[in-house]
Write a protein of this length. Structure first.
Length: 393
């Protein structure tokens, strides 16, 4: 998607929020209809066509709903129908309720999505139904799209994202292969020896965030002070997210341009970041430590980095099993869990090889230590080494 920053006037800001409210109301109403149906009932939950007919009747009976854009409201129904289909396909989670202040946005499709004009080198404008012409920042070339989505984040910033599939970055043709080891201390270690770190909040910003969180804990619910504190916290969080997204975009573009094949570990990040609290009957252990590890994984953008690599280097990203990549010596191939003396140092006792632990793991990933679906060894012949278990002296 091509995403741009909108600059609405105060009147346009209120009109956009009203459109978001209409889309959210229609979504929640469709979700309520769907959640009332259970397998075995004689009547089925209405699908998009029937819900669109019901929406027409509701617009005729309610002036406040008729004042909004029918396209925006119908697209909310179509988005919900697609979400239900993906849920039954097993690719996405169950659709949930949308809340004001958290899920602010709507979609526009068809010819109205192409009503854009370029005002200058830095600014353009778009005609949003029932709102009017809204200026947006031209941070990149304006694409030709058939739909776009307008969203509002927790800080109050408006963005518009055009639904276009960008062309992948062509391979350099050098035949080079790189392995990427993702970590918490080092965000991404490359088999070339490079150590990349995802920027987060500065030490001063972390101190300010801690103070704001303490102030929020003392603030009375519903007070103006609590609202201001939550807004200040949201601004710091949004700044951190923007830096992480920018780092992911720059890193993925650089890797796609430099290497023909990019190999990463096949990690199940949703499972890795699952809470360890457990239940009342069986409470979890080391819950606070696991929560800190989860925050570290999510703060380094593991999943988004691979996702953007697959977009930009389509067909050139390979996933290899993560087992023993950090315990295997990239020089002699011996597996020894004691070889990793610390978080950063890898020392192989049998052959004496020493290196950065993350770089050593990245070299193993670059070697493609995996097997095919039929069980055949998939390691290139030039790099083929059978790992051996270290024996005690």
């Amino acid at each position: 998607m091509s995403r741009y920053r909108l600059a609405p006037t105060p009147a346009q800001d209120a009109a956009l929020l009203e459109q978001c409210a209409h889309a959210r109301f229609v979504w929640n109403l469709a979700l309520e209809q769907w959640s009332m149906w259970r397998p075995g009932r004689r009547s089925y939950a209405p699908r998009f066509v029937e819900q669109a007919r019901q929406l027409t009747e509701a617009r005729a009976d309610n002036d406040w709903l008729r004042a909004g854009s029918q396209m925006v409201q119908q697209q909310a129904l179509r988005d919900f129908d697609q979400a239900v289909a993906r849920f039954f396909a097993g690719t996405h989670r169950r659709p949930t309720w949308r809340k004001a202040g958290q899920h602010e946005g709507f979609r526009v499709v068809g010819p109205q999505a192409s009503r854009t004009e370029k005002l200058s080198r830095k600014w353009g404008r778009i005609l949003v139904p029932k709102v009017g012409w809204i200026k947006f920042r031209l941070s990149r070339q304006l694409p030709e799209a058939q739909s776009y989505r307008v969203t509002r984040d927790s800080v109050g910033r408006w963005h518009i994202a055009f639904a276009v599939v960008p062309d992948p970055i062509p391979a350099p043709g050098t035949g080079e292969v790189v392995g990427v080891d993702r970590g918490v201390t080092v965000s991404a270690a490359l088999s070339t020896g490079e150590l990349l770190s995802c920027p987060g909040l500065t030490p001063g910003e972390k101190i300010r965030l801690l103070r704001l969180q303490r102030r929020l804990a003392r603030a009375q619910r519903g007070s103006n002070r609590r609202v201001k504190t939550k807004t200040a916290i949201a601004k710091l969080k949004a700044r951190e997210v923007d830096r992480r997204k920018n780092w992911v975009e720059q890193t993925s573009t650089d890797l796609a341009r430099r290497f023909d094949v990019i190999r990463v570990e096949d990690l199940k990040i949703p499972n890795m970041t699952r809470s360890a609290r457990g239940t009342v009957a069986a409470p979890g252990r080391n819950v606070r430590q696991k929560a800190g590890l989860n925050r570290g994984i999510l703060a380094n953008g593991w999943g988004r980095l691979v996702e953007r690599l697959e977009h930009k280097a389509a067909g050139r990203v390979e996933k290899v099993p993560a087992a023993y990549t950090s315990q295997t010596c990239s020089c002699c191939g011996i597996v020894d869990k004691k070889a990793r003396e610390s978080q950063a140092v890898f020392l192989c006792l049998p052959c004496g090889y020493t290196a950065n632990a993350d770089v050593n793991a990245a070299i193993n990933i670059a070697a493609g230590r995996a097997v095919t679906a039929r069980g055949a060894d998939a390691i290139p012949s030039a790099l083929k080494r059978e790992p051996q278990l270290a024996t005690s002296a």
